[in-house]
Design a binder for this molecule. Structure first.
Ligand SMILES: NC(=O)c1ccc[n+]([C@@H]2O[C@H](COP(=O)([O-])OP(=O)(O)OC[C@H]3O[C@@H](n4cnc5c(N)ncnc54)[C@H](O)[C@@H]3O)[C@@H](O)[C@H]2O)c1
Length: 448
């Protein structure tokens, strides 16, 4: 499949169809009998639950899963059984691509090796659908940009946070001009510390594996703001600290299963009660030493819990951002302050909530305009109902119109991780960090 066909089949060009019908795309990229050949690389929890199993259950009419690849042979076999896949499995990526000739690789490995899989895949002729974050540092980001240029292949980053219906509504209201030109954005995200614990347990606790939560988690948030503002970041200043986990703990063990402190540890977690996680991880530790229930107080943890950043955008807007992981609260609020008023949305992350509210307060106090409330129904499952919508576009009907530009490009993936990377550098140096110069991409006032 060449670059143009991929753009068409994945819907990247769908926005272009709306503004320029002359471009002319087929009504569907999946004519009967011609399924797209896709392979999954990284058969951990995200790979099997978000993509592998669903591809077979819901999208097998449109997509053929032609291969599964993971460096851990035991996890790979368990994953194949869990997914119900009959395709061949591989521990070697190159061998899989040579034998199975996938058109598209779905990349769900840990963050620090995304670039290796993406670059190898593109060099061997595949287009890429990759999980966020695109990658964890600017050198790897540049290597991906270079490979894309060299090979002419295409990359989609699965920013599922753009897809929940109420976020689409927020974007729609902003695009409609309701708030005018946006001057500032207030965006504050809280992760309950019992939720943060799951990051601390795994590779996410190490900067060289997940880039810290500035990148691993905040890539979602920075991408949302880039997308809402329709602009790119220029400069970042940040502070961060680690106060509760890692070396701050007063005791520690090897992992929860073998720990002598379970009675007093607030983060004791019994993985043996979860059959699926036992099958994926514990039973396959012998192959690669991947421990799923690592001690959250291990001294090597070098990421942060508290994060605060200011981001200046190329169009003049400013973002006040925080990511707080040491409270008993899970949820966030976001507000856009513009020349015509303030649009605020506050959503809590508890299951069972089925609507989101956005409040618009007009700025002109001399009119009788009252605040307006916009309410959007949504399903709490699948990241507030976003995951299935994103998958429909990726797999079922890639030609689906994309008037809000929800499908994210390589450039979007780079711009969002660069904010986190710059924040990390700012924390280390105490100085503001320019986005320009981190990679060959020059930030633009308006995204393209
Ligand atoms: N968009 C979202 O909301 C969301 C949610 C969860 C996870 N994710 C992303 O999905 C990805 C996977 O997360 P996870 O929780 O499943 O991690 P995981 O550690 O459970 O799984 C990663 C898998 O990759 C395998 N792997 C490592 N190096 C490899 C290589 N070179 N080639 C092939 N396989 C390799 C590991 O053996 C493991 O099975 C991460 O990038 C994560 O950031 C995104």
């Amino acid at each position: 499949m060449d670059r143009r066909k991929f753009l068409t089949s994945t819907g990247v060009a769908a926005g272009a169809l709306i503004v320029s019908p002359a471009v002319g795309m087929a009504s569907t990229s999946n004519p009967k009998g011609k399924k797209r050949r896709m392979a999954l690389v990284g058969t951990g929890i995200r790979g099997v639950n978000m993509f592998g199993r669903d591809l077979l259950r819901n999208y097998s009419e449109y997509v053929e899963l032609v291969g599964l690849c993971d460096t851990n042979p035991g996890r790979l076999q368990y994953a194949a059984g869990y997914i119900g896949a009959t395709c061949p499995t591989f521990t070697n990526l190159e061998e899989m691509i040579k034998k199975q000739k996938p058109e598209v690789l779905i990349v769900t490995t840990e963050d620090s090796v995304h670039h290796e899989v993406i670059i190898k895949g593109m060099e061997m002729g595949c287009d890429i659908i990759t999980e966020k974050p695109l990658t964890i540092d600017e050198v790897k980001a540049q290597a991906i940009l270079d490979a894309e240029k060299r090979t002419g292949r295409n990359i989609i980053v699965t920013f599922n946070y753009r897809y929940p219906p109420y976020r689409a509504k927020m974007k729609e209201l902003i695009v409609s001009g309701l708030v005018g030109d946006i001057n500032t954005v207030d965006f504050h995200w809280n992760i309950h510390h019992s939720h943060l614990m799951f990051y601390m347990q795994r590779w996410h606790g190490h900067v060289n594996k997940g880039g810290s939560l500035w990148v691993h988690k905040a890539t979602h948030h920075f991408d949302m703001v880039n997308w809402f503002l329709d602009s790119e970041p220029e400069q970042v200043f940040a502070y961060a600290s680690l106060d509760r986990f890692g070396k701050n703990g007063k005791y520690r063990g090897k992992n929860c299963r073998s720990c002598e402190h379970t009675a007093k540890c607030p983060y004791y977690w019994d993985i043996t009660k979860n059959e699926h996680l036992m099958g994926l991880y514990v039973n396959n530790e012998k192959h690669d030493g991947y421990i799923r229930d690592n001690c959250v107080f291990r001294e090597s943890i070098d990421i942060y819990e508290r994060h605060a950043a200011v981001v200046k955008y190329k169009n003049g807007a400013m973002l006040n951002y925080s990511l707080t992981g040491d409270t008993d609260y899970d949820g966030y609020w976001i507000a856009f302050n513009g020349t015509k008023g303030r649009l605020e949305a506050r959503i809590e992350g508890y299951p069972g909530k089925s609507f989101a509210e956005m409040i618009f307060t007009p700025i002109d106090r001399y009119t009788n305009e009252k605040p307006k409330i916009y309410r959007v129904e949504y399903t709490p499952d699948g990241h507030w109902g976003g995951d299935p919508l994103m998958k429909d576009k990726l797999f079922k009907d890639p030609n689906m119109p994309d008037p809000l530009g929800q499908q994210a490009t390589l450039r979007d993936g780079v711009m969002s991780v660069l904010i986190g990377i710059a924040a990390r550098k700012s924390v280390a140096t105490g100085k503001p960090v320019d986005i320009k110069g981190l990679t060959s991409l020059e930030p633009r006032a308006k995204r393209v």
